[in-house]
Write a protein that binds this ligand. Structure first.
Ligand code: ADP
Ligand code: G6P
Length: 735
């Protein structure tokens, strides 16, 4: 049976050794808590780090550790202390984490930790390869493993790989600053499906892919190394039922079943009428906006003294990555701020902030969620934030108010919360007041809407949608109808080419016989190409046609001395072997006077683009401009030109980074058909890479062997991946 392999840096369980005894605790953080409930229902395995280093692992406890891991359907990747130091504390948490959360000033880069990151990502990939079988699905998680998708793909190209990024993907302007930006993107693009929590992260990623790797992006699909990679957003949810049920059970608890924490919470709440509690829970992380929150709370106490003694902020900060200096600094800053405010405002019977710096068991989390009237969640950046959703799920009486930072992924879904800008103390303070005074009917109205959304889009649904989408991508890849050329197909190409019958070959030029260059005039034919073409042309009863969108002048310059048949301007003119050029269609050109100025205004507004004036057509080239600007302009130019060409016999042709306006009487398909009637052939071969070549694939008789360069939808029968492969195939046909 096929299985799903989840791969993440941390396993859902963490092993530690205390007094020579094994301790197993659940991992904190959104990734582990969210995926745990998905994993436990499946038949798959989870590959990750167990929490102890190889050096810490006492050989006497090894069997016990393995048993604990295997029991949870997990497989551990062994990390050494140095791995942990350089890959986890180093590259993952001192480089990628701050970079992706817009803390450029915290982003450190050094080659030693980069090398370790590569090495450890390879370790994870090796472990995946050890367990992956054909038909399995691999689901790789988060920023610690950005290179793993490509490392797995390289060794198992047919296995289906998903990647999910649990943290934000920063805007291009941030991401571009990073020295290894290309390597990271290429690593991620090893996946077949790449998921983010929100559309904004998806958009930023696609923008970086387009600008940094210059890849083609069509809506949310990236074409890379002849694979189509889908990028989409899947906002992660929580195990709603688990939290709701825990809260319902909590409501029914007797006094003697209550935890110590719950008893203290009750004491505060029962003090007098109108006493309220504000809750915040996060890992102690500088992205969570903890100092901002405390300062805003101070601002609130200052501005609204009538709430003194009536409210309390309960702050649970879970220790995290405490070996990284910024985290130590944050801890110190938080301690000082809490101390200062408590010192300033406390009375004999009241401390404004209760601050816990520790991990609490699930039961106590529920105590906190259910006892708090307000959840105050103020990250300055957060990929999603599940705590906000967990608070919503535990509100069994449908009251309570969620104050949520608009910098969290969750804010995109939780519109009925009071959304705040975490940098605006005034706004936070006023929202706290609004929440404290919000009438219960309004609280309920908002909470019901929030619960509806959070319960519907649970973590299970999230995982299912991701997996279904991965399955679809898989299928879509196979329904591109063109086939890869296998050994037996190659034999057909060879046999037909070596037969004595009449043969004709139609070869597009740019993108088929030569690669694109930034300056079109640099794409000259080279010696190897001439050698291949001459040998093909020398075959008995063979006609070789170079059919291109290029103009007569260029084709003449490059191929004038050869005996090949040349077709220029997508079929406007033709030169038969040693004859002169002939224009195949009588075409008018008076329309150019009107269209040229229009195109020129686009060139003026779009640096890097240019207009090419051909004898019978005009082309706007946009290969050398900013990709996103070009996309916008393309929409505009198409709108303008489409209205211009209505009721004329002109048409727009979209090529590779070029849009051309010309007579609809002309296309490569018609030119090919004319040549086939002129030279009736038993065997026809046709090669092309872009949209304009589809006319040839469509119009030539079915017996033609048609080859598309690149994996895209096409009418051709076969595809190859590159110009280099076209040349290999042509060479094989000469043999
Ligand atoms: P992040 O992933 O950045 O840590 P999230 O808010 O998305 O932030 O996820 C935090 C997760 O960790 C939540 O599922 C929350 O319930 C859990 N969690 C927070 N505090 C504790 C704690 N003290 N003990 C156990 N789990 C906790
Ligand atoms: C965030 C990250 C996770 C990580 C978690 C806890 O949620 O997205 O990948 O596991 O924080 O951090 P830690 O470094 O302790 O694993």
């Amino acid at each position: 049976m096929n299985k799903t392999i989840i791969v993440s840096n941390r396993l859902p369980l963490q092993i530690s050794i205390e007094n020579e005894e094994l301790e197993v605790t659940p991992s904190v953080g959104g990734l582990a808590t969210g995926l745990k409930s998905v994993h436990k229902d499946g038949n798959g395995i989870w590959i990750g780090w167990s929490g102890i280093t190889q050096e810490e692992l006492d050989p006497r406890l090894e069997a016990e550790v393995n048993e604990a891991i295997t029991k949870e359907q997990c497989v551990s990747v062994n990390l050494t202390e140095s791995d942990l130091d350089l890959y986890y504390y180093g590259f993952s948490n001192r480089t990628l984490w701050p970079l992706f959360h817009y803390f450029i000033e915290y982003t450190e880069y050094n080659t030693e930790s980069w090398e370790a990151y590569k090495r450890v990502n390879q370790k994870f990939a090796n472990k995946v390869l050890e367990y992956a079988e054909d038909g399995d699905k691999i689901w790789i998680q988060d920023y610690q493993l950005l290179l793993v998708p490509a490392l797995v793909k390289k060794n198992k190209p047919d296995i289906s790989i998903g990647f999910f990024n649990h943290i934000p993907f920063p805007s291009y302007e941030i991401f571009r600053t990073f020295p290894k930006r290309k390597e990271l993107l290429r690593g991620m693009l090893g996946a077949d499906l790449i998921g983010f929590h929100t559309y904004d992260y998806e958009r930023h990623f696609l923008s970086s892919v387009k600008r940094i790797l210059s890849l083609d992006v069509n809506f949310n699909k990236v074409t890379y190394e002849n694979r189509i990679i889908k990028v989409d957003s899947f906002p992660m949810g929580i195990d709603y039922k688990k939290f709701k049920q825990a809260a319902l059970d909590h409501d029914k608890m007797n006094e003697d079943e209550k935890s110590e924490i719950q008893k203290r919470l009750d004491q505060h709440l029962q003090k007098e009428d109108g006493v309220k509690m504000i809750l915040s829970i996060d890992r102690m992380d500088y992205t969570k906006g903890i100092p901002n929150r405390i300062k805003a709370f101070e601002y609130f106490l200052n501005k609204y003294p009538e709430f003194h003694e009536k409210i309390r902020l309960i702050m649970l900060a879970v220790p995290s990555r405490s070996q990284v200096p910024q985290y130590q600094k944050l801890k110190q800053e938080t301690d000082e701020l809490v101390g200062r405010i408590n010192g300033k405002y406390s009375t004999v019977s009241w401390t404004p902030i209760w601050y816990f710096y520790r991990t609490l068991p699930f039961k106590n989390l529920i105590d906190l969620y259910t006892s708090s009237d307000i959840a105050l969640i103020t990250p300055v950046r957060d990929g999603m934030n599940l705590v906000a959703k967990e608070y919503v799920a535990t509100r069994t009486r449908k009251d309570g108010v969620l104050i949520l930072s608009e910098m969290t992924g969750a804010s995109k879904e939780l519109n009925e919360a009071l959304l705040i800008n975490p940098f605006n103390f005034e706004e936070i303070a006023d929202s706290i007041k609004q929440a404290l005074e919000m009438p219960v009917p309004e609280q309920k109205q908002r909470m019901i809407a929030l619960q509806k959304r959070v319960s519907r889009y649970s973590v299970k649904k999230w995982a299912n949608e991701f997996m279904n989408s991965l399955h679809q991508v898989d299928k879509a890849y196979h329904i591109i109808q063109a086939k890869k050329i296998k050994k037996k197909d190659l034999e057909v190409f060879k046999t037909r080419m070596s037969s004595n019958k009449q043969k004709i070959l139609f070869l597009d030029y740019d993108g088929t016989l030569v690669n694109f260059t930034n300056n079109p005039l640099d794409a000259k034919p080279d010696q190897e190409l001439f050698s291949i073409l001459n040998k093909l042309n020398a075959k008995k009863n063979t006609k070789l046609v170079i059919i291109s969108g290029r103009d007569k002048k260029t084709l003449n310059k490059w191929f004038g001395h050869t005996p090949y048949i040349l077709v220029s301007d997508h079929g406007v003119s033709m030169r038969l072997e040693s004859e002169n050029w002939k224009t195949m269609e009588r075409l008018k050109t008076d329309w150019m006077e009107d269209v040229l100025p229009v195109l020129e205004t686009f060139v003026d507004r779009t640096p890097g683009t240019l207009v090419e004036k051909k004898k019978f057509s005009l082309a706007w080239h946009y290969r050398n401009t900013d990709v996103e600007l070009a996309e916008k302009r393309l929409v505009e130019i198409k709108t303008v030109l489409t209205s211009f060409i209505s009721n004329t016999d002109l048409t727009l042709l979209e090529g590779n980074k070029v849009i051309e306006i010309k007579s609809s009487k002309v296309n490569k398909g018609r030119a090919c058909s004319n040549l086939v009637s002129l030279f009736p052939s038993d065997h026809i071969f046709v090669f092309g890479d872009d949209w304009t070549d589809e006319f040839m694939f469509e119009e030539l008789p079915e017996r033609a062997l048609s080859v598309k360069v690149g994996v895209q939808k096409t009418k051709a029968n076969y595809y190859v991946k590159s110009v280099e492969q076209v040349r290999e195939l042509l060479k094989a046909m000469i043999e």
